[in-house]
Every structure is written in C-alpha cells, then in structure tokens.
Design a protein around this ligand. Sequence first.
Ligand code: PRP
Ligand code: URA
Length: 214
Amino acid sequence: MRYKNYQNVVILDHPLIKHKITRLRDKKTTTAEFRNLIEEIAMLEAYEALWDLPITDVEVETPIETCTSPVIDGKKLAIVPILRAGLGMVNGIHNMVPNAKVGHIGLFRDPKTHEPREYFCKLPENIDQRLVVILDPMLATGGSADAAITSVKEHGGNHIKFMCVIAAPEGLERLAKAHPDVDIYVGNLDRCLNDDDYICPGLGDAGDRIFGTK
Ligand code: PRP
Ligand code: URA
C-alpha cells in the first residue's frame, strides 16, 4: 500500500505482520517473545524490501540436467541497524541473506529535545557499491532515521532503503520528503505522536522491550 503521493513509501499490508504487531503492542508480551516477533517481522518485511537484491547466475546439476540458475549475491548487501533497537531486526534479515555485511549506527534521542545524537558509526567498506538497508523498528519524529540516512550518504552510500515496524505519520512524512531517493518499508502506520514523541498506540520503548532494560 502506498502512502499519500509518496512513491518511496510502502506500507506492508499483510495479515501475518498485522498479527505479530498486535502481539508486540501487548504490554504483557515477554521480552523473549518480543525479540522473536521483531525478528520475524523483519524477515517478512525483507521479502518485500529486497525484491531488487543483486543476483548472480551459477551452474547447478539437477537430477535431470545441468542448468544455470540465480543465487543471491549477499555480499553486496549491507544491513545497518540503528542502535539499540535496530539490532533486534538483524537476525531476521540474516536468516534470509546470511552473507549480508553489517554496519552499526549508534543514535539516541536526547530525552529533553528528542533530537538524535550520533555516538557510533562503523560501516562495511565499499559502501558506495552496496545496497544499504537501515533498520529501526520505530519511526517516530523521524529524526533518528533522517540522521542515519544522512550519515550513510556522507559515507558514500547511494542505494539506501529504510525498514521499520511501526511509523507515526509525522515521521513518515518527514522522512519521505527529506529522502525521496530512499525506499521506506513500514510494517504499520500508527495514529500519531504523543507529547513525549512516543508513537500512539505504538508499543512503548522498543529498545527497552527488546533488551529487557525497563
Ligand atoms: C528509539 C527508536 C528509534 C528512535 C525513534 O531509539 O529505536 O531509533 O527512538 O525516534 P525518532 O524517530 O523520534 O528519532 P532511542 O533513542 O530510544 O534509543 P535506544 O534504541 O537505544 O533505546
Ligand atoms: N522510540 C520508541 O522506542 N518508541 C516510540 O514510540 C518512539 C520512539
């Protein structure tokens, strides 16, 4: 499903994802189940987001004959979780593309200003030659995603996608406008942000729920 007139936004409209997001929202869901659900949703989103993953032909012998057939060129994919919560999505992608390289961008929202602060950035080499998929379950104001995408671009990334589980309209609009060249994949579009810039109804603090820190 598209969002408004933005050609770069895909909202995944699938019962499997909807069901898992409902489980994520439930405050009674345990840390272990929460982590598992985030991983599974990332895997389902990857099916949609990685439609143009580079492939390469190999020769394979079937029981009938020899043929050439495509395999994924996983080394051309870089996945970049935004720390901390994005880490929860990494295994979901790795289950599909085990050879994907992993970079990390450390960002946190300043508790007062809600502006993102970068504290770490380490990306795979030759980032300009890779499809870079940035991962973060939550797109709230869009500040963190915007900063992460800008940082990857400054390092030479030029083929970038962004995957999240839940987005607020405010953040989605901001990101889609700021980076029209970046395809954005969203598990569910929620209603709005509250006064603390948390997503409503949302699922709370994704990092804390993945790592059990609250
Ligand atoms: C959360 C979330 C996003 C960010 C979204 O991270 O994982 O990175 O907030 O908010 P935004 O769209 O308004 O920028 P947080 O800053 O809580 O850090 P954490 O993952 O380390 O808990
Ligand atoms: N970060 C989160 O983890 N949850 C929100 O609702 C907003 C930002």
